[in-house]
Each structure stands twice: as C-alpha cells, then as structure tokens.
Design a protein around this ligand. Structure first.
Ligand code: IMP
Length: 187
C-alpha cells in the first residue's frame, strides 16, 4: 500500500527539515562552544528519535547523548495532561548543561514535567530544542533552568501532525516529512 495515500497534506518536506535542523545544530554549536563542559543532549522518546539523530550528527561539540521517556498519550490525539517517566536517564547530569530535544511542544505538560525531573538531578542549565511548537495549544507554563535557551524549528499550526518521528497511535513515525493525515485515517 502506498503510504502517501494516507497523507492529506505535507507541511514540511524532507529538504526543509534538513535545512532547519542544520541551522539549529549550528546555533547550538555556537552557543555552547564557549562553555567548558559540552552539553548532554537528551532526546524525548519516542517522537524525537529522528530529529535527535539528525541534530546530533551536525553538532560540532563532544556531546553526550541519552534518552528519556515521558508518556502522556494513552492513544489517539489528546494528551491526558499527566506525564509519567517510565524510562529515565543513564547519563549523570549533575552540574551539566542539558539540552532536552523534543519533537513537538503542545500543551507543555511533558516538558514541564521533564524539566522539573532533570532539575532535581542537579543540572546546571536546561535548554529545550524542539522541532515544532504549537503555541496555540499551550496550557502549562514551563521555565528553562539557569542560562538555558529555547530553540524551535518551526511554529506548527493547530493540526495533529505525523511523520519524522511523530506518530498517530504509534504509526507513521517513519514518514521522512511532516504532514497531516486524511481524516479517515484518524478514525
Ligand atoms: P504536551 O505534553 O501536550 O506538550 O505534548 C508533547 C508530546 O505529545 C510530544 O512529545 C508528542 O509526542 C505528542 N504530540 C503532541 N502533539 C502532537 C502531534 O500533533 N502529533 C504527534 N504527536 C504529538
């Protein structure tokens, strides 16, 4: 079956994503080059796996890379607003600069929970690098830690999007672009 037939429209092509990820990696490289300790890059599983893989290969610093998981979507397209952390860091982040890498910030509850969690481990700063941000849907305010910065790839309109790591009911993460599914695919 042709996967493209499931997609109503493409919002960002592979080429646009490639270009923007390169820009974000350059910004991070520049911002953290003066620091004595290179940052720990923490991908939020599963949605950030492709973004993380592409981003870290373009960062020109001796970074560490780890994953953390926060589950709030039981199924479908609506968050239950109460993330849990079933999979924690392996890297010790005490006294380190952490950059949390997210696929998309929606209500903000996942990031707020993860920032509190990593702060409690003694990180000296916490930055966020998200590929997409849906500001129209923000419900939970989160604060960066120390001199943490906020990096964002694209502002996302209020659609439920899939591809480049993002899923609907655990499917479509493997699309190389970001798009919106045909309405019948969500039912
Ligand atoms: P938040 O806690 O509401 O900010 O949700 C953040 C998480 O929800 C993201 O890391 C995604 O895994 C998921 N999410 C939010 N919006 C979308 C979407 O449009 N498509 C796919 N996943 C989404």
């Amino acid at each position: 079956m042709d996967l493209e037939k499931h997609v109503e429209k493409i919002l960002w092509t592979e080429q646009q994503i490639f270009q923007r990820v390169s820009e974000l990696a350059s910004e991070i490289t520049q911002d953290f080059t003066p620091q004595t300790n290179a940052p720990a890059i923490v991908g939020v599983a599963t949605g950030a796996f492709l973004f993380l893989a592409d981003l870290v290969r373009k960062i020109q610093l001796p970074i560490s890379v780890d994953f953390i998981r926060a589950d709030s979507y039981r199924s479908g397209t609506v968050s239950d607003g109460n993330p849990r952390i079933p999979f924690d860091l392996k890297v010790d982040v005490e006294g380190k600069h952490v950059i949390l890498v997210e696929d998309i910030v929606d209500t903000g509850s996942t990031l707020s929970c993860l920032i509190d969690h990593i702060k409690s481990k003694g990180a000296s700063s916490i930055s966020v690098c998200t590929l997409l941000d849906k500001p129209a849907r923000r419900k939970v305010h989160f604060e960066l830690v120390g001199k943490g910065k906020y990096y964002c790839g694209f502002e996302c309109p209020d659609y439920f999007v899939v591809g480049y790591g993002m899923d609907f009911a655990e499917l479509y993460r493997n699309l190389p672009y970001i798009g919106v599914l045909k309405p019948e695919m969500y039912s």
